[in-house]
Design a protein around this ligand. Structure first.
Ligand code: UFG
Length: 343
Protein backbone atom coordinates (compact mmCIF):
# COMPACT_ATOMS: atom_id res chain seq x y z
CA UNK A 1 0.00 0.00 0.00
CA UNK A 2 1.17 3.51 -0.77
CA UNK A 3 2.03 5.78 2.15
CA UNK A 4 -0.04 8.92 2.31
CA UNK A 5 1.58 12.31 2.84
CA UNK A 6 -0.34 15.51 3.53
CA UNK A 7 1.19 18.52 1.79
CA UNK A 8 -0.09 21.84 3.13
CA UNK A 9 0.33 24.69 0.67
CA UNK A 10 0.74 22.07 -2.05
CA UNK A 11 -0.61 24.33 -4.81
CA UNK A 12 2.20 26.81 -4.18
CA UNK A 13 5.62 27.06 -5.75
CA UNK A 14 7.74 24.67 -3.69
CA UNK A 15 4.75 22.61 -2.51
CA UNK A 16 3.67 21.71 -6.04
CA UNK A 17 7.17 20.67 -7.10
CA UNK A 18 7.39 18.54 -3.96
CA UNK A 19 4.00 16.94 -4.64
CA UNK A 20 5.35 15.81 -8.03
CA UNK A 21 8.48 14.29 -6.53
CA UNK A 22 6.38 12.51 -3.88
CA UNK A 23 4.07 11.06 -6.54
CA UNK A 24 7.08 9.96 -8.58
CA UNK A 25 8.33 8.19 -5.46
CA UNK A 26 5.01 6.31 -5.11
CA UNK A 27 3.50 8.33 -2.29
CA UNK A 28 -0.18 9.07 -2.14
CA UNK A 29 -0.47 12.87 -1.92
CA UNK A 30 -3.19 14.94 -0.27
CA UNK A 31 -2.87 18.66 -0.89
CA UNK A 32 -4.40 21.15 1.53
CA UNK A 33 -4.41 24.74 0.32
CA UNK A 34 -6.56 27.85 0.85
CA UNK A 35 -5.59 29.12 -2.63
CA UNK A 36 -4.85 32.56 -1.14
CA UNK A 37 -1.65 32.79 -3.18
CA UNK A 38 -2.00 29.90 -5.64
CA UNK A 39 -4.37 28.33 -8.10
CA UNK A 40 -6.33 25.07 -8.18
CA UNK A 41 -5.14 24.66 -11.78
CA UNK A 42 -1.94 23.33 -10.25
CA UNK A 43 -3.78 20.07 -9.51
CA UNK A 44 -4.48 19.37 -13.19
CA UNK A 45 -0.93 20.40 -14.08
CA UNK A 46 0.42 17.88 -11.58
CA UNK A 47 -1.80 15.31 -13.29
CA UNK A 48 -0.43 16.33 -16.68
CA UNK A 49 3.14 15.84 -15.48
CA UNK A 50 2.72 12.67 -13.41
CA UNK A 51 -0.46 11.04 -14.72
CA UNK A 52 -1.79 11.13 -11.15
CA UNK A 53 -4.31 13.54 -9.67
CA UNK A 54 -3.49 14.24 -6.04
CA UNK A 55 -6.40 14.58 -3.62
CA UNK A 56 -7.12 18.27 -3.13
CA UNK A 57 -8.95 19.90 -0.22
CA UNK A 58 -9.47 23.65 -0.12
CA UNK A 59 -9.14 24.48 3.54
CA UNK A 60 -8.08 27.43 5.65
CA UNK A 61 -5.68 26.02 8.22
CA UNK A 62 -6.29 29.06 10.44
CA UNK A 63 -9.66 27.44 11.12
CA UNK A 64 -8.96 24.81 13.78
CA UNK A 65 -12.27 22.98 13.35
CA UNK A 66 -11.89 22.70 9.58
CA UNK A 67 -8.29 21.57 10.01
CA UNK A 68 -9.26 18.93 12.55
CA UNK A 69 -11.97 17.61 10.18
CA UNK A 70 -9.64 17.27 7.24
CA UNK A 71 -7.07 15.41 9.32
CA UNK A 72 -9.83 13.12 10.61
CA UNK A 73 -10.63 12.23 6.98
CA UNK A 74 -6.95 11.59 6.22
CA UNK A 75 -5.86 10.06 9.52
CA UNK A 76 -4.21 7.20 7.61
CA UNK A 77 -1.51 9.68 6.50
CA UNK A 78 2.00 8.94 7.75
CA UNK A 79 3.46 12.44 7.57
CA UNK A 80 2.93 16.10 6.86
CA UNK A 81 5.03 18.52 4.83
CA UNK A 82 4.03 22.00 5.89
CA UNK A 83 4.49 24.72 3.27
CA UNK A 84 1.33 26.73 3.92
CA UNK A 85 2.43 30.22 4.94
CA UNK A 86 2.59 33.81 3.80
CA UNK A 87 6.06 34.51 2.45
CA UNK A 88 6.53 38.06 1.19
CA UNK A 89 9.23 39.81 3.21
CA UNK A 90 8.13 43.39 2.39
CA UNK A 91 4.44 42.71 2.95
CA UNK A 92 5.25 41.17 6.34
CA UNK A 93 6.89 44.43 7.43
CA UNK A 94 3.69 46.29 6.47
CA UNK A 95 1.30 43.71 7.96
CA UNK A 96 3.08 41.89 10.78
CA UNK A 97 -0.07 40.76 12.59
CA UNK A 98 -1.44 39.18 9.45
CA UNK A 99 1.84 37.26 9.08
CA UNK A 100 2.04 36.13 12.70
CA UNK A 101 -1.63 35.14 12.72
CA UNK A 102 -1.58 33.24 9.45
CA UNK A 103 1.74 31.48 9.84
CA UNK A 104 1.27 30.50 13.50
CA UNK A 105 -2.44 29.59 13.51
CA UNK A 106 -1.90 27.33 10.54
CA UNK A 107 1.22 25.76 12.04
CA UNK A 108 -0.38 25.19 15.45
CA UNK A 109 -3.64 23.86 14.05
CA UNK A 110 -1.74 21.48 11.78
CA UNK A 111 0.46 20.20 14.61
CA UNK A 112 -2.53 19.74 16.88
CA UNK A 113 -4.70 18.02 14.30
CA UNK A 114 -1.99 15.67 13.10
CA UNK A 115 -0.94 14.61 16.60
CA UNK A 116 -4.57 14.05 17.55
CA UNK A 117 -4.54 11.36 14.87
CA UNK A 118 -1.11 9.96 15.57
CA UNK A 119 0.50 11.42 12.44
CA UNK A 120 3.89 11.93 14.00
CA UNK A 121 6.20 12.93 11.16
CA UNK A 122 6.57 16.56 10.14
CA UNK A 123 8.72 18.40 7.64
CA UNK A 124 8.91 22.16 8.04
CA UNK A 125 9.56 24.66 5.28
CA UNK A 126 12.10 26.99 6.87
CA UNK A 127 14.53 29.54 5.53
CA UNK A 128 18.12 30.70 5.72
CA UNK A 129 16.63 33.92 7.03
CA UNK A 130 16.84 32.33 10.53
CA UNK A 131 20.61 32.93 10.41
CA UNK A 132 20.11 36.72 10.23
CA UNK A 133 23.45 38.34 9.32
CA UNK A 134 25.86 35.44 9.70
CA UNK A 135 29.38 36.06 10.96
CA UNK A 136 30.76 32.89 9.35
CA UNK A 137 30.50 31.63 5.78
CA UNK A 138 29.58 29.13 4.50
CA UNK A 139 26.73 28.86 7.00
CA UNK A 140 26.55 25.58 8.85
CA UNK A 141 23.50 24.41 10.75
CA UNK A 142 25.44 25.12 13.97
CA UNK A 143 25.58 28.85 13.22
CA UNK A 144 23.60 30.74 15.83
CA UNK A 145 20.17 31.76 14.67
CA UNK A 146 19.36 35.45 15.04
CA UNK A 147 16.19 37.45 15.06
CA UNK A 148 15.47 37.91 11.35
CA UNK A 149 14.93 41.38 9.92
CA UNK A 150 11.35 40.78 8.83
CA UNK A 151 8.23 39.49 10.61
CA UNK A 152 8.06 36.83 7.87
CA UNK A 153 11.56 35.66 8.79
CA UNK A 154 10.67 35.78 12.44
CA UNK A 155 7.72 33.44 11.87
CA UNK A 156 10.25 30.88 10.55
CA UNK A 157 12.57 31.31 13.52
CA UNK A 158 9.80 31.12 16.11
CA UNK A 159 8.22 28.16 14.31
CA UNK A 160 11.52 26.28 14.72
CA UNK A 161 11.43 27.12 18.44
CA UNK A 162 7.84 25.84 18.67
CA UNK A 163 8.94 22.62 16.98
CA UNK A 164 11.84 22.32 19.39
CA UNK A 165 9.52 22.57 22.39
CA UNK A 166 6.92 20.28 20.87
CA UNK A 167 9.28 17.50 19.78
CA UNK A 168 10.90 17.56 23.25
CA UNK A 169 7.52 17.18 24.91
CA UNK A 170 6.58 14.12 22.88
CA UNK A 171 7.96 10.58 22.76
CA UNK A 172 6.68 9.95 19.27
CA UNK A 173 6.69 13.21 17.30
CA UNK A 174 9.66 13.91 15.00
CA UNK A 175 10.35 16.85 12.74
CA UNK A 176 12.89 18.03 10.20
CA UNK A 177 13.27 21.71 9.46
CA UNK A 178 14.63 22.41 6.00
CA UNK A 179 16.30 25.81 5.71
CA UNK A 180 16.08 26.96 2.12
CA UNK A 181 18.55 29.38 0.61
CA UNK A 182 17.24 31.03 -2.59
CA UNK A 183 14.91 28.72 -4.51
CA UNK A 184 14.48 29.61 -8.19
CA UNK A 185 13.79 27.70 -11.41
CA UNK A 186 10.76 25.72 -12.49
CA UNK A 187 9.74 22.22 -13.49
CA UNK A 188 11.31 21.24 -16.85
CA UNK A 189 7.82 20.61 -18.28
CA UNK A 190 7.09 24.35 -18.00
CA UNK A 191 3.72 23.41 -16.45
CA UNK A 192 4.41 24.69 -12.95
CA UNK A 193 6.63 27.37 -11.45
CA UNK A 194 6.60 30.42 -9.25
CA UNK A 195 3.47 32.56 -9.50
CA UNK A 196 4.23 35.80 -7.69
CA UNK A 197 1.26 37.78 -6.48
CA UNK A 198 1.58 41.33 -7.86
CA UNK A 199 5.00 42.93 -8.09
CA UNK A 200 7.67 40.32 -7.33
CA UNK A 201 9.98 40.86 -4.34
CA UNK A 202 12.50 38.31 -5.47
CA UNK A 203 15.21 38.66 -8.03
CA UNK A 204 14.46 35.87 -10.50
CA UNK A 205 10.73 36.53 -11.09
CA UNK A 206 11.58 40.24 -11.38
CA UNK A 207 14.18 39.44 -14.03
CA UNK A 208 11.89 37.15 -16.05
CA UNK A 209 8.97 39.60 -15.84
CA UNK A 210 11.25 42.42 -17.01
CA UNK A 211 12.49 40.35 -19.93
CA UNK A 212 8.88 39.43 -20.77
CA UNK A 213 7.93 43.13 -20.82
CA UNK A 214 5.62 42.94 -17.80
CA UNK A 215 7.99 45.19 -15.83
CA UNK A 216 9.85 48.07 -17.31
CA UNK A 217 13.18 47.75 -15.56
CA UNK A 218 14.93 45.71 -12.88
CA UNK A 219 16.32 47.82 -10.04
CA UNK A 220 19.55 46.36 -8.64
CA UNK A 221 19.58 47.18 -4.94
CA UNK A 222 23.10 48.39 -4.28
CA UNK A 223 26.56 47.79 -5.76
CA UNK A 224 28.59 48.99 -2.80
CA UNK A 225 28.60 45.78 -0.77
CA UNK A 226 31.93 44.17 0.19
CA UNK A 227 31.66 41.52 -2.55
CA UNK A 228 33.61 40.93 -5.80
CA UNK A 229 31.36 43.23 -7.90
CA UNK A 230 29.62 45.11 -5.07
CA UNK A 231 26.27 43.31 -5.41
CA UNK A 232 25.00 40.84 -2.79
CA UNK A 233 25.80 37.15 -3.05
CA UNK A 234 23.21 34.43 -2.60
CA UNK A 235 23.02 30.66 -2.87
CA UNK A 236 20.43 30.02 -5.60
CA UNK A 237 19.00 26.51 -5.70
CA UNK A 238 16.82 24.82 -8.31
CA UNK A 239 13.32 24.16 -6.96
CA UNK A 240 13.40 20.59 -8.34
CA UNK A 241 16.55 19.84 -6.30
CA UNK A 242 14.83 21.38 -3.30
CA UNK A 243 11.70 19.27 -3.83
CA UNK A 244 13.75 16.07 -4.02
CA UNK A 245 15.31 16.87 -0.64
CA UNK A 246 11.82 16.90 0.93
CA UNK A 247 11.14 13.36 -0.27
CA UNK A 248 14.45 12.19 1.18
CA UNK A 249 13.66 13.94 4.48
CA UNK A 250 10.23 12.26 4.64
CA UNK A 251 11.78 8.86 4.02
CA UNK A 252 14.34 9.52 6.76
CA UNK A 253 11.52 10.08 9.26
CA UNK A 254 9.48 7.12 8.03
CA UNK A 255 12.49 4.82 8.37
CA UNK A 256 13.19 6.36 11.80
CA UNK A 257 16.71 7.25 10.76
CA UNK A 258 16.66 10.65 12.48
CA UNK A 259 19.25 11.15 15.18
CA UNK A 260 17.31 13.85 17.05
CA UNK A 261 13.58 14.38 17.32
CA UNK A 262 14.12 17.74 15.59
CA UNK A 263 16.79 18.04 12.92
CA UNK A 264 17.81 21.02 10.77
CA UNK A 265 19.28 20.90 7.30
CA UNK A 266 20.45 23.66 4.98
CA UNK A 267 19.21 23.30 1.43
CA UNK A 268 21.50 25.18 -0.90
CA UNK A 269 24.20 24.43 -3.46
CA UNK A 270 27.08 25.89 -1.43
CA UNK A 271 27.92 28.19 -4.36
CA UNK A 272 27.28 31.92 -4.14
CA UNK A 273 26.40 34.12 -7.11
CA UNK A 274 26.11 37.91 -7.09
CA UNK A 275 23.11 39.77 -8.49
CA UNK A 276 25.25 40.77 -11.50
CA UNK A 277 26.32 37.14 -12.01
CA UNK A 278 22.65 36.19 -12.24
CA UNK A 279 21.87 39.03 -14.65
CA UNK A 280 24.87 38.16 -16.84
CA UNK A 281 23.94 34.47 -16.90
CA UNK A 282 20.35 35.39 -17.75
CA UNK A 283 21.59 37.48 -20.69
CA UNK A 284 23.83 34.62 -21.86
CA UNK A 285 21.17 31.93 -21.53
CA UNK A 286 18.46 33.97 -23.26
CA UNK A 287 20.80 35.76 -25.64
CA UNK A 288 19.15 39.07 -24.83
CA UNK A 289 19.85 42.30 -22.95
CA UNK A 290 18.08 42.96 -19.69
CA UNK A 291 16.96 46.48 -18.83
CA UNK A 292 18.36 47.19 -15.36
CA UNK A 293 19.64 50.04 -13.27
CA UNK A 294 21.73 50.18 -10.12
CA UNK A 295 19.97 51.92 -7.27
CA UNK A 296 20.35 52.21 -3.47
CA UNK A 297 20.43 49.29 -1.04
CA UNK A 298 17.21 47.58 0.07
CA UNK A 299 16.59 47.47 3.84
CA UNK A 300 17.41 44.16 5.44
CA UNK A 301 19.64 42.73 2.67
CA UNK A 302 22.80 41.04 3.91
CA UNK A 303 25.96 41.13 1.75
CA UNK A 304 26.54 37.38 1.47
CA UNK A 305 24.67 34.21 2.26
CA UNK A 306 25.63 30.73 1.12
CA UNK A 307 25.22 27.33 2.65
CA UNK A 308 27.50 24.69 3.93
CA UNK A 309 25.98 21.61 2.32
CA UNK A 310 28.01 19.05 4.26
CA UNK A 311 25.35 17.98 6.74
CA UNK A 312 22.68 17.37 4.09
CA UNK A 313 25.23 15.38 2.08
CA UNK A 314 26.31 13.30 5.05
CA UNK A 315 22.97 12.62 6.73
CA UNK A 316 20.48 12.80 3.87
CA UNK A 317 22.78 11.72 1.06
CA UNK A 318 21.39 14.70 -0.84
CA UNK A 319 23.10 17.41 -2.81
CA UNK A 320 21.84 19.74 -5.51
CA UNK A 321 22.87 18.84 -9.09
CA UNK A 322 21.26 21.54 -11.19
CA UNK A 323 23.43 24.47 -12.32
CA UNK A 324 22.61 28.17 -12.44
CA UNK A 325 22.04 28.05 -16.22
CA UNK A 326 19.44 25.34 -15.78
CA UNK A 327 17.74 27.35 -13.02
CA UNK A 328 17.62 30.39 -15.29
CA UNK A 329 16.48 28.62 -18.46
CA UNK A 330 13.68 26.79 -16.63
CA UNK A 331 12.53 30.04 -14.97
CA UNK A 332 12.48 31.72 -18.37
CA UNK A 333 10.66 28.82 -19.99
CA UNK A 334 8.01 29.00 -17.25
CA UNK A 335 7.63 32.77 -17.60
CA UNK A 336 7.11 32.45 -21.36
CA UNK A 337 4.54 29.67 -20.90
CA UNK A 338 2.76 31.76 -18.32
CA UNK A 339 2.49 34.69 -20.70
CA UNK A 340 1.32 32.54 -23.59
CA UNK A 341 -1.38 30.89 -21.44
CA UNK A 342 -2.25 34.16 -19.61
CA UNK A 343 -2.87 32.23 -16.38
N1 UFG B 1 17.35 42.09 -5.78
C1 UFG B 1 17.50 43.18 -6.61
N2 UFG B 1 16.39 43.64 -7.24
C2 UFG B 1 15.16 43.08 -7.11
C3 UFG B 1 15.03 41.95 -6.26
C4 UFG B 1 16.15 41.48 -5.61
O1 UFG B 1 18.59 43.74 -6.75
O2 UFG B 1 14.20 43.57 -7.71
C5 UFG B 1 18.53 41.58 -5.09
C6 UFG B 1 18.41 41.70 -3.59
O3 UFG B 1 18.81 42.97 -3.15
C7 UFG B 1 19.32 40.57 -3.13
C8 UFG B 1 19.23 39.52 -4.24
O4 UFG B 1 18.68 40.21 -5.36
O5 UFG B 1 20.62 41.02 -3.07
C9 UFG B 1 18.31 38.38 -3.89
O6 UFG B 1 17.08 38.91 -3.46
P1 UFG B 1 15.76 38.01 -3.31
O7 UFG B 1 14.67 38.93 -2.86
O8 UFG B 1 15.54 37.21 -4.52
O9 UFG B 1 16.16 37.00 -2.16
P2 UFG B 1 16.57 37.28 -0.64
O10 UFG B 1 17.91 36.68 -0.46
O11 UFG B 1 16.39 38.68 -0.24
O12 UFG B 1 15.41 36.49 0.11
C10 UFG B 1 15.39 35.10 0.11
C11 UFG B 1 13.97 34.59 0.24
C12 UFG B 1 13.35 34.99 1.55
C13 UFG B 1 14.24 34.61 2.67
C14 UFG B 1 15.65 35.09 2.45
C15 UFG B 1 16.56 34.51 3.45
O13 UFG B 1 13.17 35.10 -0.78
O14 UFG B 1 12.14 34.27 1.70
O15 UFG B 1 16.13 34.68 1.18
O16 UFG B 1 17.79 35.11 3.40
F1 UFG B 1 13.76 35.14 3.83
Amino acid sequence: MRSKIIVTGGCGYIGSHTAIELIENDFDVVILDDLSNSTEKTISRIHKITGVTPTFVKVDLKDSLATSKVFETHKDAVGVIHFAAHKAVGESVQKPLMYYKNNFYSLLNTLEAQSEHGINNFIFSSSATVYGTPNMLPITENNETQRPFSPYGNTKKIAEEILDDFTKSSDSFSAISLRYFNPIGAHPSGEIGELPNGIPNNLMPYITQTAAGVRDKLMVYGNDYPTKDGTPIRDYIHVVDLAKAHVIAVKRLLKKEQEESLEFFNLGTGVGYSVLDVINSFEDVTNSKLNYEITGRRDGDVPQLYASTDLAKEKLGWSADRELNDMISSSWNWEQNLRSKQN
